[in-house]
Structures are given as structure tokens and as C-alpha cells.
Write a protein that binds this ligand. Structure first.
Ligand SMILES: C[S@@+](CC[C@H](N)C(=O)[O-])C[C@H]1O[C@@H](n2cnc3c(N)ncnc32)[C@H](O)[C@@H]1O
Length: 237
């Protein structure tokens, strides 16, 4: 089930792929993909000929990534981004889709930045996608709100409907209504909430200096109707 929701809610995002491809082509491999999920980015880069290590702490997502990676140069590693040790050093480390904003605030980010810095080659680049600002909204009773993501698998319909983005102190909370409808029309409804730490470009650059990394510029990935835009912060030793 985890895999279905992950694919439904993240799998359709393609706007950032050209940037990761460009960085990987420029830097060469190997590439380290942090919070790889079912492999949206890792699979794309491996298909372009790069050797990729994909880290995620979710066993189900990683198992699905491994299943999809057959025949490709991908190592899937079950690990926490804040606490991993690999025997390789990387030319490029990517952190797509605001995953750094899921790491539990400043302490979690610093722990990750330390591990990432320790895994970069001397001329390696760490590229991190962040969203500094999210548009706040709440879908009220009777409103349509954003278009739900819908798929059908084996006669079962899965629908994920974004219902709110709220400000909650030093974080944003993104709410979704998930609905599963069986072939016989039985419906199961649940709510999902994701907490995204607030993070600015400057704040991340400042934190990076604490682990010996400094700015190598940044790039913008524009927003689409379905996905927020992001700033990709580039860091190097
Ligand atoms: C928004 S998804 C992005 C998935 C994939 N990178 C993509 O772009 O489609 C965030 C991913 O980060 C993983 N994740 C969250 N916290 C993590 C942590 N502390 N260590 C490793 N992975 C983590 C989640 O399991 C999830 O797969």
C-alpha cells in the first residue's frame, strides 16, 4: 500500500529530472540518491548510464525500487539519511523533492549534512531541493480544491486528494484525503499528514558551512499545476 500511495503522490513528478540528469552528466558518477523512494530519480539516472546508490529508510519502497532496478547499476541501501556509512565516495549526491525538510529540523539536517559531506569526493557536489514557501490553503466542504491523483490497480481505485497546506510554527503541514474504493464499491477513507520543516536557501547554506561545505550556486525548478516549485541548493567541499 505504501508503494501505491508513494507512486500516486510522487511518481508523476518529472520537472526536476532534467536538472538531475544535467548534474550527473556534468559530474559523472557514482551518484548517491537520498530518500530514493521507489526510484523515480535513481532509475532515471541509472537508465542514463550512471552508477547509483539509492538510500531510503522505508523497507517497502526500497524493495520495490530493487524490483524495478533489475539490470541497472543501482545499489539499494536501507538506511537513515542522518546515520549512514557506505564504502564509496560520490561525485554527486542528490536530495530530491524536499526530503531534507523531512529530517526533523536543524539537528536532523546537520546530521545528514555531516554524513553527506563524508561521502563526497573532493570535487563532489551535494544538490538539495528545497521549497522555501508553500501556498497555504484549506479545501472547505463543497469546494473542489486541487485535482486528486487517481489510479486503478486490480479493480481497486486509489484516490489521493490534497485538502490543506497549513503553517504550523517552524513547519508546514500538508494534508491529504486518501480513498480506496473496492470493485464492489466499498470505500475506505483515511487522512495523511506530512510535516515539512521550514527551510530557506540562506539557512541551509549557513548550516552547510558548519560541516565544511560551501555554496556552489543554486538552480530553480519551476512550479507546475500539481507540484510546488523548488530551489536546488548546490554545495561542495
Ligand atoms: C518525498 S519522497 C521522495 C522520493 C524520491 N526521492 C522522489 O523524488 O520521488 C521522500 C522519501 O524520503 C524518505 N525518507 C524520509 N526520511 C528519511 C530518512 N530519515 N532517511 C532516509 N529516507 C528518508 C521517504 O521514505 C521517502 O521515500
Amino acid at each position: 500500500m505504501n508503494v501505491i500511495w508513494h507512486d500516486l503522490e510522487c511518481g508523476g513528478y518529472v520537472e526536476d529530472l532534467p536538472l538531475w540528469r544535467e548534474l550527473a552528466a556534468e559530474r559523472g558518477g557514482p551518484v548517491l540518491d537520498i530518500g530514493a523512494g521507489t526510484g523515480r530519480v535513481a532509475l532515471d539516472l541509472a537508465r542514463a548510464g550512471h552508477s547509483v546508490t539509492a538510500i531510503d529508510r522505508d523497507r517497502q519502497l526500497l524493495a520495490e525500487l530493487e524490483r524495478r532496478a533489475v539490470g541497472l547499476a543501482i545499489d539499494a541501501v536501507l538506511a537513515d539519511a542522518r546515520d549512514f556509512e557506505l564504502s564509496r565516495r560520490y561525485a554527486l549526491c542528490v536530495v530530491p523533492m524536499q526530503t531534507i525538510q523531512l529530517l526533523g529540523g536543524r539537528d536532523g539536517r546537520l546530521a545528514f549534512l555531516r554524513r553527506a559531506a563524508a561521502h563526497l569526493r573532493p570535487d563532489g557536489v551535494l544538490a538539495i531541493a528545497i521549497s522555501e514557501m508553500l501556498e497555504l490553503y484549506e479545501v472547505l466542504e463543497g469546494d473542489l480544491g486541487p485535482t486528486p491523483d487517481i489510479c486503478e490497480i486490480d479493480g481497486i481505485v486509489y484516490s489521493s486528494h490534497p485538502t490543506a497546506v497549513r503553517a504550523a510554527g517552524d513547519a508546514f503541514v500538508i494534508e491529504r484525503r486518501r480513498e480506496v474504493t473496492s470493485a464492489r464499491g466499498e470505500r475506505d477513507v483515511s487522512r495523511d499528514e506530512i510535516r515539512l520543516d521550514r527551510l530557506s536557501l540562506r539557512q541551509l547554506q549557513r548550516e552547510a558551512t558548519l560541516v565544511g561545505l560551501s555554496s556552489r550556486g543554486h538552480a530553480l525548478v519551476p512550479a507546475t499545476e500539481d507540484y510546488v516549485g523548488s530551489t536546488v541548493v548546490m554545495l561542495g567541499a
